[in-house]
Unconditional design. Structure first.
Length: 418
């Protein structure tokens, strides 16, 4: 009977197929979601910064993929030329993150001296790091092409050693500062819920990058002491980088997508809650809003609101405001809170106006209703029409002690609430 060999950490992680194209695709989706807003509001520097950061993040994963590394080396004719190129992209991404968070947190409109000074330090510092990376590569001797383990393979090579340590240090510093700024921001009051969750996702994504740096630095330091922990760099670090990229992409997508979905939900709810009042006005007018297949939710809501208001205006002349006041008082006596009582009284007034208009369509009426106030509260009135029992009770109470309200009141309310 043969015994199965124990899995080493390297073998265990190697069973996971790490594809650099997955986070690249997710980041590209995030960029495409933001792109229409960026194009429409191109003058906004923060939106341009977000677009540039997402583009840099995509480029990092595209050019760090082993297949792309090999292709770039072959096209340039220089072994490992992809190393300073990938390190430069990563460093530029780190600097962009810092610039974005500083500007986003403090607001470009303020442009305080401290903010401008911090941004100048970031630009100068990370530009200097990129220049140093290329100088160190030109001074180093790295003739053997390495597609996955360059950091550990050349960890003890003069100048390449310094280059590797430089880009990891720059990355660690940027991640620490960015994470600190984000989490300080998350704890501030008055943030939109979607923005807060997006910042939390960004904060976790950047914090996970510390695991990436720790894994890389540990593997490199192990080479300096004659040990082999290359799996930390070649297997664990790419997995962590992919997870971090996904969380960062979600952090940028979430506020935009969340606000978009919330607005769409609000519009659809508003459209649906106007249905009872719309059906009532449709019975008065004899026709409704024509259906347009390509009309968006906003347009459908606007057309429904406009139709309701257009039909309500001539109905005002059939309303007895004294009846509305008595309905309001009756609703309060029945225990309804003031806002609900007002909506029920307006609903009663509208139903009375509809009945009066049907009985005497050519009559002028008193026109005592505050039309401007009613037109602003069509949503509340429509919601009230969904509760025929409450409206019938209010009408009966308003007509007491002499009877149960106008004939057929309950039946009319029930018809319009369906």
């Amino acid at each position: 009977m043969t015994t199965r060999p124990a899995l080493t950490p390297s073998a265990l992680l190697g069973e996971f197929s790490i594809s650099f194209w997955v986070p690249a695709a997710v980041l590209t989706v995030a960029l495409l979601i933001k792109l229409p807003t960026i194009v429409r509001l191109w003058r906004d520097p923060l939106l341009r910064a977000v677009g540039g950061l997402l583009l840099l993040a995509c480029l990092v994963f595209v050019f760090c993929a082993p297949s792309t590394i090999a292709r770039v080396n072959r096209l340039a004719g220089v072994p490992n030329i992809s190393a300073p190129w990938c390190y430069s992209l990563l460093t530029a991404f780190c600097g962009s993150c810092l610039l974005l968070i500083i500007a986003w947190r403090n607001g470009l409109s303020e442009r305080s001296a401290a903010t401008r000074r911090a941004m100048r330090w970031v630009v100068c510092g990370y530009s200097g790091v990129i220049v140093a990376l290329w100088v160190l590569f030109l001074l180093a001797d790295a003739p053997v092409e390495r597609l996955r383990d360059l950091d550990t393979y050349y960890a003890t090579t003069p100048f390449m050693r310094e280059e590797i340590l430089l880009y990891l240090t720059a990355h660690t510093v940027a991640v620490l500062i960015t994470s600190r700024l984000i989490w300080n921001w998350v704890r501030t009051d008055g943030l939109d819920a979607w923005l807060r969750w997006g910042l939390k996702s960004l904060g976790v994504g950047y914090a996970i990058n510390l695991v990436f740096d720790a894994a890389k630095l540990t593997a490199v330091a192990a080479r300096w002491t004659g040990h082999d922990l290359d799996w930390l760099s070649t297997d664990l670090a790419p997995l962590v980088a992919c997870l971090s990229a996904l969380l960062i992409a979600v952090g940028f997508i979430l506020p935009h997508a969340g606000q978009y979905l919330s607005e769409r939900r609000r519009i659809r709810l508003a459209h649906r809650e106007l249905r009872p009042l719309y059906l009532l006005m449709q019975s008065v007018n004899g026709s409704g809003v024509p259906f347009v297949l390509r009309a968006g939710p906003e347009l459908r809501l606007i057309r429904r609101e406009t139709f309701i208001r257009d039909v309500l205006l001539p109905l005002a002349r059939h309303v007895d405001d004294d009846t509305r006041r008595r309905a309001h008082a009756a609703a309060l006596e029945l225990g309804h809170e003031p806002g609900r009582a007002k909506a029920l009284a307006d609903a009663v007034a509208v139903l009375d106006a509809v009945e009066a208009g049907r009985r005497t369509p050519d009559a002028d009426g008193d026109g005592g209703l505050d039309t401007a106030d009613l037109l602003q509260e069509i949503g509340a009135v429509s919601r009230a029409l969904r509760r025929p029992d409450e409206i019938a009770a209010v009408r009966a109470r308003a007509a007491a002690p002499g009877g149960e309200g106008p004939p057929g009141a309950r039946r009319a309310v029930e018809e319009q609430s369906r």
